[in-house]
Design a binder for this molecule. Structure first.
Ligand code: CU
Length: 173
């Protein structure tokens, strides 16, 4: 009867694997609406430009280093109805902002979002942003396999005039 304990232990093993499989598919099904994994991106010097008077849009700037190739696909903030990725280009001697759907972050390379260059835009602000105010922004990314990530960033508002290029249309925001 040497075979019995072997068979029993085999069955036990199968049962454990089935349970593990069931648990795995449950968590996989539940992941659709779950919070996305945190993006492997280092963020530094994150700030937003404080607003003046009736201004309802403003820029968000920071330095980003992705650990591996990632694409920034957008952002959101509780203070803004919408956020967009913008690039600034000189057209006919004027600096103009253009919406872009995404921004590629090559692995290990520092990408700087700054006034007069690529930046994030807070649109339809629900309230003015004052100097020193803390804001929460969530960044959204995808990798080459289409997996989605997000990254919460806390930033402080700086004075409206800081680092503003003379011709930047941001001065009109
Ligand atoms: Cu802009």
């Amino acid at each position: 009867m040497r075979g019995f304990p072997v068979a029993a232990s085999f069955l036990f093993t199968v049962r454990v694997l089935l349970c593990a499989g069931a648990a795995y598919s449950l968590s996989a099904a539940g992941s659709e609406n779950a919070i996305k994994p945190e993006a492997p991106v280092k963020v530094s010097d994150a700030w937003a430009r404080a607003t003046v008077a009736t201004q309802t849009a403003s820029g968000v700037f920071m330095r980003l280093v992705a650990e591996r190739d990632l694409t920034l696909t957008g952002a959101s903030s509780p203070l803004a109805g919408e956020m967009e990725i913008h690039v600034t280009r000189v057209e006919d001697g004027m600096m103009k902002m253009r919406f872009v759907p995404e921004l590629f972050l090559p692995a290990g390379q520092e990408i700087t979002l700054k006034p007069g260059d690529a930046h994030l835009m807070l649109l339809r602000l629900s309230q003015p942003i004052s100097v020193g105010q803390t804001l929460s922004v969530t960044l959204f990314f995808t990798d080459r396999e289409g997996r989605r990530y997000e990254l919460p960033v806390t930033l402080k508002a700086r004075a409206h005039t800081q680092s503003a290029p003379a011709l930047s249309p941001h001065s009109a925001h």
